[in-house]
Design a protein around this ligand. Structure first.
Ligand code: NDP
Length: 481
């Protein structure tokens, strides 16, 4: 199903109602770099209305039996699935990813909601004896701001919506201004599911994110985005001590040990780096390859890079990679490619795009063994460029992999899994995979070390991050006469 976004109308969801923007802003098609659709811009008054609606809805939502909220999450999942094609089509148009991947993104949102519905909210009995009964339980925080980036417009929401709502909070979802459309449609289709005010969806340009984080009406900011913005969010939240979860940038290292089957791991490493055109926080962004297999693996990867299908995913189901998602990110990646060229680092395949070509396409590019000081090694590219880095000593590879301000994910690849696991244990990252990459699960918490974030999402810890711990104590003194 394909309905041009320009033929559709998009409204915010505030207090369960459709709300047109005070003004509108343009959303761009990354395939062409031209106008895609109009989206509503949230005014200060509308932000106040959304916060007021969420605050008003909070007491009744928090007072529901937990089983009722679990059921709401399941009904949300059913409703989202029933609108898979509509939602996926919008993700394709505004974000530029292949249609099957966009469908999987919608399915993932439904899957995450269902799985989250089954997560227990535990109470801990601290003491239960003749003197006292003491219990610690987890109570909701209040109103949550869910601020998300553009790489997985719906996928990013899935880590926040289910846990926040299950715990008894109400939510204001603010997607990236680059990709507002699928989230606006999500709010629309969920109007029939949730009580008014429980989930509000607002969009806007020109600093809506900072207007949200500096608004005193939020009890928690759940933020996914860059490390630079994360610092600003944390500073804003300090004003009223709103809780924060920060899922930030990464520069994930993969270490390939010399005993791998090169032909077998090459496609896995290719997709670890280039899926979603490299625009994944947990994508492999530095590939450390043992010198014994460097040339053979580089050759395999170069072949994959040269033969992958790029194109317009709205027109062709078989496209494997779409464009970079927006002009800002395109310019970031081109700037890094220019730096590689200026410094004389060889490209094994790919390279700078033709400046006259339409849209934001960049063919996946391998950079041949640049120095550790290179910008493409030190900075997060968040796009389809991968530095291949040669090593001879595993301990040295670990030191180089850990020499980063980031600590989001990492992976180790080897035929001897025990040896690979021993290397994995030395890496400084929130998630370290052996012989796979980027595998996430609703029951498994993930989050960043170092400047890749604070706190975790998913799993029981991800739900508890949307609560305050509260201890209730009963002293067993007889008040009887
Ligand atoms: P940004 O930090 O630019 O934006 C993220 C979100 O924050 C957007 O909704 C944006 O809104 C909003 N925002 C921008 N400025 C502010 C502000 N001052 N206060 C509050 N909110 C603000 O990141 P990108 O969207 O460019 O996403 C790419 C980054 O996200 C990469 O660094 C990537 O690694 C990281 N990321 C991390 C993930 C993780 O789980 N750790 C997962 C995915 C991405 P708008 O753009 O509309 O202004």
């Amino acid at each position: 199903m394909h309905i041009p976004a320009s033929d559709q109308t998009f409204t915010m969801t505030i207090d369960g109602r459709p709300v047109a923007g005070a003004t509108e802003f343009n959303v761009t098609n990354p395939v062409t770099g031209t106008f895609l659709a109009l989206a509503p811009h949230c005014s200060d008054e509308q932000l106040d209305q959304a916060v007021a609606a969420a605050r008003a809805a909070f007491p009744a939502w928090a007072a529901l039996a937990l089983e009722d909220r679990r059921q709401y999450l399941r009904t949300m999942a059913d409703t989202i699935e029933a609108h898979t094609e509509l939602l996926a089509d919008l993700v394709v148009q505004e974000q530029g990813k292949p249609r099957p991947v966009a469908r999987a993104e919608v399915a993932g949102l439904a899957y995450w909601l269902r799985a989250t519905a089954d997560i227990p909210l535990v109470e801990t009995v601290n003491q239960d004896d003749s003197e006292r009964r003491s219990i610690t339980r987890h109570v909701p925080l209040g109103v949550v701001a869910a601020i998300t980036p553009w790489n997985y417009p719906l996928g990013q929401a899935s880590f926040k919506l289910g846990p926040a709502l299950l715990a008894g909070n109400t939510v204001i979802l603010k997607p990236s201004a680059f990709t507002p459309l699928a989230n606006l449609k999500l709010g629309e289709v969920l109007r029939e599911v949730l009580p008014p005010g429980v989930l509000n969806v607002i969009t806007g340009t020109g600093g809506l994110g900072s207007r949200v984080t500096s608004h005193p009406g939020f009890d928690k900011i759940s933020f996914t985005g860059s490390t630079t913005t994360g610092r600003t969010v944390m500073a804003s939240a300090a004003a009223n001590l709103a809780r924060v979860t920060l899922e930030l940038g990464g520069n994930d290292a993969a270490i390939v040990l010399p005993d791998v089957d090169v032909k077998q791991v090459a496609p896995q490493l290719f997709w670890a780096a280039f899926a979603n055109t490299g625009q994944i926080c947990l994508a492999t962004k530095r590939l450390y390859i043992h010198a014994d297999i460097y040339d053979a693996l580089a050759r395999e990867l170069a072949h994959l890079v040269a033969t992958v299908t790029l194109g317009d995913p709205a027109q062709d189901e078989n496209v494997e990679l779409g464009p970079v998602s927006n002009l800002r990110q395109y310019q970031t990646v081109v700037d890094l490619l220019n730096d590689c060229r200026d410094q004389g680092y060889p490209f094994l395949s790919g390279g700078l795009p033709d400046p006259d070509s339409a849209g934001y396409f960049i063919r996946p590019t391998l950079v041949d063994n640049p120095p550790d000081s290179a910008r493409i090694v030190r900075e997060e590219q968040f796009g389809p460029v991968l530095p291949l880095l040669k090593y001879t000593d595993t301990a040295d590879a670990v030191t180089r992999a850990n020499d980063s301000e980031f600590g989001l994910g990492a992976s180790v690849w080897g035929a001897d899994t025990e040896a690979a696991y021993a290397v994995a244990q030395q890496l400084q990252a929130g998630t370290v995979w052996v012989n796979e990459s980027m595998h996430l699960h609703p029951q498994v918490p993930f989050g960043g070390h170092k400047q890749s974030g604070i706190g975790v999402e998913s799993g029981q810890a991800g739900v508890l991050a949307f609560t305050n711990a509260q201890t209730l104590t009963i002293k067993h003194t007889s008040t009887a006469a």
